[in-house]
Write a protein that binds this ligand. Structure first.
Ligand code: PGA
Length: 219
């Protein structure tokens, strides 16, 4: 049985000292959690990902790391971009196509396709975000995060019955892919999603910024 994924998407949050403190607290809390069927994945900003890698390796923490984005180009003259090979030195996963990137950075389906291709070439596991059951799922995505934009950061999560329905449709079209849900997941509502048929995990924004509140989401 595959582990249920708990992916902390920190977005553009946390300084180096705040990130370090989070890992100290998470390291302390993690000892009392049964991780045999749960996987913790942290997606910090790029400015902290090398420190995070060091902490995880030195303390042998059972935590995987993810990028929040990756360049659609290979290495070369692309000022400001972080390419898949660079990210792979630190992370096992990458989030691609988050709706905030579509909205604020005008990311297109073809950008997403190129990013997934780059990520795949270096062995990063791809978490592709989709907004609904009609969204294009690109070849190479191993995990689909269903995140309705109205649910993100709003305190208005999607109804569990609707998530189940969307999962059913996505699963039919992509039988091999792990499905996860994201959008205002909190300790108050997560239990109503855990029992959904085929629930592979969660992409968590706001509730992942504090180690205590993040850990309270796990079973
Ligand atoms: P939220 O963010 O949990 O703050 O709604 C989820 C996400 O955007 O990945």
């Amino acid at each position: 049985m595959e582990k249920v994924l708990y992916i902390a998407n920190w977005k553009s949050n946390k300084s180096k000292s705040e990130g370090t403190l989070f890992f100290e607290e998470l390291g302390r809390l993690i000892g009392s959690i049964d991780l045999s069927r749960q996987e913790i994945i942290i997606a910090p900003p790029f400015t902290f990902i090398s420190d995070a890698r060091k902490i995880v390796d030195q303390q042998k923490l059972p935590i995987k790391l993810s990028g929040q984005n990756v360049s659609s180009y290979p290495s070369g003259a692309y000022t400001g971009e972080i390419n898949a090979g660079q990210l792979r030195e630190y992370a096992e996963y990458v989030i691609i196509g988050h709706s905030e990137r579509r909205k604020y950075l005008h990311e297109s389906d073809s950008d997403i396709e190129n990013k997934i291709r780059e990520a795949q070439e270096v062995g990063l596991k791809v978490i592709q975000c989709v907004q609904d059951e009609k969204s294009l799922v690109h070849r190479g995505a191993q995990i689909i995060a269903y995140e309705p934009p109205s649910a993100i950061g709003s305190g208005n999560p999607d109804d569990p019955e609707h998530v189940e329905e969307v999962f059913r449709i996505l699963k039919k079209q992509n039988p091999e892919i792990t499905l996860i849900y994201g959008g205002s997941v909190s300790s108050d509502n997560i239990d109503s999603y855990k029992s959904i048929e085929g629930m592979g995990g969660f992409l968590i924004g706001g509730a992942s910024l504090n180690a205590n509140s993040f850990v309270s989401l796990l079973s």
